[in-house]
Each structure stands twice: as structure tokens, then as C-alpha cells.
Design a protein around this ligand. Structure first.
Ligand code: ZN
Length: 81
């Protein structure tokens, strides 16, 4: 059971468009991404290293959803005038 990362936690940079040049597996859900299929590369910190992890577009949308939730949490830290 892994928590969906967001771009504010778990990721270490912005996603970049990535077109698979060979068959790869999505880092998030493990689904296979065929050659020439559109995906994204997201820099993620693992221990001391930052690796660019390939994600499918479905995982990207989950990560964006999680990012919005994290943003809402942060926005609540600012008292409304
Ligand atoms: Zn995926």
C-alpha cells in the first residue's frame, strides 16, 4: 500500500514529457508502456539519489490530483483576511 506521491512531496522536480524508446514499465502502477507511447519522466528522490522515473499518464493524473490536495492543505495555512 503506497501513498500516491504529489509534486510537493515525493517528487523532486517537474514532470517532463517522455516518449518511450523501448518498452518500459510505469514506476507508479507497473503497467507496461509500449514503444512510442506518450508518458512522463518525474524526478524522484530515493535515499540520497534522484532518479528520473517513468510514469504513465494515468499515474500523472493521480499525482496531479494528489498535488491539488497537498496544495489545498498548504493554502489552509494562510489565514483568510
Ligand atoms: Zn502508471
Amino acid at each position: 500500500m503506497s501513498k500516491t506521491p504529489s509534486l510537493l512531496s515525493g517528487c523532486n522536480g517537474k514532470p517532463l514529457a517522455y516518449q518511450a524508446s523501448r518498452k518500459v514499465n510505469c514506476f507508479g502502477c507497473g503497467t507496461s508502456i509500449a514503444m512510442n507511447e506518450q508518458a512522463v519522466q518525474i524526478p524522484m528522490k530515493k535515499g540520497m539519489r534522484v532518479g528520473k522515473k517513468i510514469h504513465c499518464l494515468k499515474c500523472l493524473s493521480d499525482i496531479l490530483e494528489q498535488t491539488k490536495k497537498d496544495m489545498a492543505k498548504i493554502e489552509r495555512l494562510i489565514p483568510l483576511a
